[in-house]
Design a protein around this ligand. Sequence first.
Ligand SMILES: *Cc1c(COP(=O)(O)O)cnc(C)c1O
Length: 393
Amino acid sequence: MIEKKKKMLEKIVKENGTPVFIIDHEKIRENYREFREKLPDVQAYFAVKANSNPEIIKTMYDMGASFDVASLPEFTLVRQNFKHLSEQEQEDFIWNKIIYANTIKPSGVLAKLNNYKILVTFDNIEELKKIKQHSPDVGLILRIRVPNTGSMVELSSKFGAHPGEAVDLIAEAFDMGLGVEGISFHVGSQCNNFDNYSQAMNFASSIFKEAELRNYHIGFTGKENKKRKILDIGGGFPVNYTPDVKSFADLSEILNSEIKRMFPKDDIQVIAEPGRFIVATACTLVTRIVGKAIRDGKTCYYLDDGVYHTFSGQVFDHQRYPLHSFKDGEKKVCATFGPTCDAFDTISLADELPDDLQIDDLLYAENIGAYSIASTTYFNGFPPPKVVHLNKN
Ligand SMILES: *Cc1c(COP(=O)(O)O)cnc(C)c1O
């Protein structure tokens, strides 16, 4: 299996050079199917920021996914796939297909979004005022601040209304003549503490109840003329980068039973915004050794990709992507560096690799699909890697 994979990667390198970023669309479809199968009552909005490659968006669109966007360019990227639909179809469709899940939106963006029936999130009064002025017709989802304990990437310091202030904020929206369609949260990315989800759903459930008691009727009226509230459980669904990560299968059981327990009535539509879960395991990077030196007795390999490029996930996503050699050999602790003239461009001071690799030998890293190429730069004149697609429809 591994030998077969190596042969395939070598062939791709022969045709495309290095560094090369390989996206396996069948794996993306598999991940999406698994998400849908394990959480059958949850509508999945793929979080485009994890990997905004247009071909990934197309694959997800073809699978029937919805999308979470956080900027106007991401919105445009997703909407390109709708072009074959009529204006009316697009209007019906976008409501169901896109959530703009960045709680902070410039006024100009809001004005543009108002042309579409789209869901947007908010978490503060200033944003509500902007929405009232520039996009009074969009659907509103209140994002609340929830515990992010035990997640790799923390988000609660930047986003979310305090649960204690949530109903007042909902009241403000209604008093301004706006509606509120639902509540969202994000437990932090790569969440390995599933209590976060239960606690967050508890907050949401209380807020729905208190709002109802105060006569603010959250929800939207769908096609069948029935009012339903939206519960958006965000992202955070963990990927098995290492064996200590808890399984998504266990999480999905907890989620299904908690949703049933806390939201027993059929007046709720649950949606989620998986990013990492869809793309992380679908991508592999192949990089080339372009330099080699022995420093303080340790073998140092200089590669044609690094921390300013595909390995940027080490910085922004707190993730590591162990490098593997195509050649066998006794493994020693080696250092690996990226190509730029910055010492910060250090991939690892302790990669386990054979120390007799040569210039032009190849290395690869797996599970590098999320928050990696998405934040690559052109620093020092080095461009992002070439992208190659496998199993595209
Ligand atoms: C980043 C983000 C996501 C995706 O999170 P993952 O942990 O990658 O699934 C979903 N929703 C929002 C609002 C986000 O900011």
